[in-house]
Structure formats: C-alpha cells, structure tokens
Design a protein around this ligand. Structure first.
Ligand SMILES: NC(=O)c1ccc[n+]([C@@H]2O[C@H](COP(=O)([O-])OP(=O)(O)OC[C@H]3O[C@@H](n4cnc5c(N)ncnc54)[C@H](OP(=O)(O)O)[C@@H]3O)[C@@H](O)[C@H]2O)c1
Length: 273
C-alpha cells in the first residue's frame, strides 16, 4: 500500500460529536436501575436524571446486551503509556479508585469473567464483586498447559471453570472445558461456544492483554472498555496484544465514546458497530 492508499482523515469513522467526553456519575439510583435491568430487562433510565447520570447509563447499558444473542465484552485498565502492570508484576493500583469500581461494576453485570493463565498466576485474583452492590460472576481461567497451582484463589468455592488442553486434574467442584490446542493456541470460538452452552450470556474478558487479544483477533469481542489512568509505568505488560498491522490504514478504528470517571477516563469501543 502506498502513500495514496493511506486512509484519508475524512474516511475515518466520525467521533460522536454529541458527546466527545462525558463525565459519568454512577449514583445509587443509576446503579440500582442497571442491576434491575440486568435481572428483568425492563428497567429504564428516568427523565429526571442528571446529564452525568444519563452518561453513566450510556456507558453501562450496552453491557446488558440483548435477549436474542450473547454478548462478549472486555475491559482493561492501563497507564498513560499503555501498561497494565510493572515488570515485577505489581498490578494492584494501575486504575484509580473510580476505575477500580468500574471494573467491579463490569464484573457485576457479567455472567462469567475470563482471565488468562498469566494473570491468574501473577495476580492470584478472586474476581469477585466487592466494591459495588451486585452478584459475583462465575470465574473462568484459560490455563491450556495446567500451570495454575491448585491452591489458586480462583479455584476455591463454587462457580469456577478452567479451559484447558491438557489432562490436568483440578480441585473438587471446578469444572473443566477441554479445548483442542493448535499452533495458534486454543480456539477462541470454541471457548465462547463452550461458555454459551453452559448458559452464560454476558461474557466478560478481564485480561491480561494477550487473552483479550486472542478473542479480538477472532472477532469475538462486541464491546471493549479501555480505562486510562494518569500514571506512567515505563515498562511492563501491554494493555492489548492483538495481531499487528504494518500501516495505520489497516488499524481497527472502532466507533468510540469517552467517559470521565474520577481520575480515569474510560474509552467505550463498539467493535461491531
Ligand atoms: N490492569 C488490568 O486491567 C489487568 C487485568 C488483567 C491482567 N493484568 C496484568 O496482565 C498481566 C498478564 O497479562 P498477559 O497478557 O501477560 O497474560 P494473560 O492474558 O493473563 O495470560 C496469557 C496466557 O493465557 C493462556 N491463554 C489465554 N488465551 C489463550 C488461548 N486462546 N489459547 C492459548 N492460550 C491462551 C496462555 O497460557 P500458557 O502460556 O500457559 O499457554 C497465555 O500465555 C499481569 O501482569 C496482570 O497483572 C492487568
């Protein structure tokens, strides 16, 4: 592709002119309405809400999906230089206080939350909802080669699934989904199909960047939330690791809206729009 074939500015998808950056206020009445809508599908925003409350609804309501098809969404919290942790594995406070609440809200709206083996091993997360009101989602870890220790926090209690290619035995109560491995890794389409078969309709991918990238490269992610927090880490794992392009003209340019949440911004990308 030569210079003349590069994408022209006017051919790029337009930014949403009506709301370039919107401060979002997730008040109790907004959050309770979202939780009710998650359960019944009938709850709606009230005309009396403030502009910031309406913005919060617009940020989260797409994660509720539609009755007639499952929804796959991903969320990642990163620094100004696109890192999600330090090289030594410190990832606890990349996001600010509101960014962390955003993560917990995403979990509360999901039926299940997926993490990759590196995240499960390095962070030992519980993937529960603790910072906001809401139910815990089921926890899913993709551990193709059985690297995760059986005393990992994720593998305790009900509602845990491991996606694997090996014959590794898991602790009692943990369900395994066997997916064949190829040179490209585990087939992301089969992983999503296995979760849908088990009744999960809202599937969240929490990270890290490699795992989100696998689902994005398979064109399976409907919605992507990238949280950016004003800190600079210098080095460390990247937010998203997808197939690279050689020219910017080939880059994905999703339709996006930007929301302010405390010190962080959330870029809400509609990858299927
Ligand atoms: N700030 C945030 O929002 C956030 C969120 C989550 C994680 N993190 C950070 O991200 C870092 C880890 O991220 P990461 O990108 O290095 O790794 P990762 O995505 O957590 O895990 C990648 C690993 O998961 C397995 N895997 C996932 N999908 C697969 C597929 N389709 N096929 C085959 N294998 C698959 C592979 O395991 P094998 O190598 O065993 O085959 C792969 O190497 C940690 O430092 C963590 O703290 C940050």
């Amino acid at each position: 592709m030569n210079q003349h074939e590069r994408i022209k500015a006017e051919d790029r998808p337009p930014a949403d002119a009506d709301m370039p950056v919107a401060a979002a206020a997730v008040t109790d009445r907004v959050w309770n309405t979202l939780l009710a809508a998650r359960k019944t599908g009938a709850a709606r925003p009230s005309p009396g809400w403030t502009t910031a409350e309406s913005a919060a609804w617009k940020l989260y309501a797409p994660l509720l999906g539609r009755d007639d098809r499952p929804l796959v969404f991903a969320q990642i919290g990163q620094s100004l230089d696109g890192r999600v942790a330090t090289v030594d594995g410190d990832a606890a406070d990349v996001s600010g206080a509101e960014g962390l609440m955003h993560l917990h809200r995403c979990r509360a709206l999901a039926d299940c939350v997926i993490v990759g083996a590196n995240t499960a091993i390095q962070d030992n997360p519980r993937l529960t909802v603790r910072l906001v009101k809401g139910d815990n989602p089921a926890r899913v870890v993709i551990d193709p080669r059985g690297r995760l220790s059986e005393d990992a926090a994720l593998l305790t209690g009900a509602g845990c699934l491991v996606v694997q290619a090996c014959e590794q035995k898991r602790p009692a109560g943990v369900e395994t989904i066997k997916v064949a491995s190829s040179a490209e890794g585990l087939d992301a389409v089969s992983i999503v199909a296995g979760l849908i078969e088990r009744g999960f309709r809202r599937i969240m991918i929490e990270g890290g960047g490699k795992t989100i990238g696998r689902f994005m490269d398979a064109d399976l992610v409907d919605r992507l939330h990238v949280g950016i927090s004003p800190l600079i880490i210098g080095a460390g794992p990247s937010g998203l690791t997808t197939n690279p392009v050689s020219l910017l003209a080939q880059a994905k340019r999703p339709r996006a809206r930007v929301y302010g949440l405390g010190s962080d911004i959330i870029i809400d990308c509609d990858l299927k729009g």
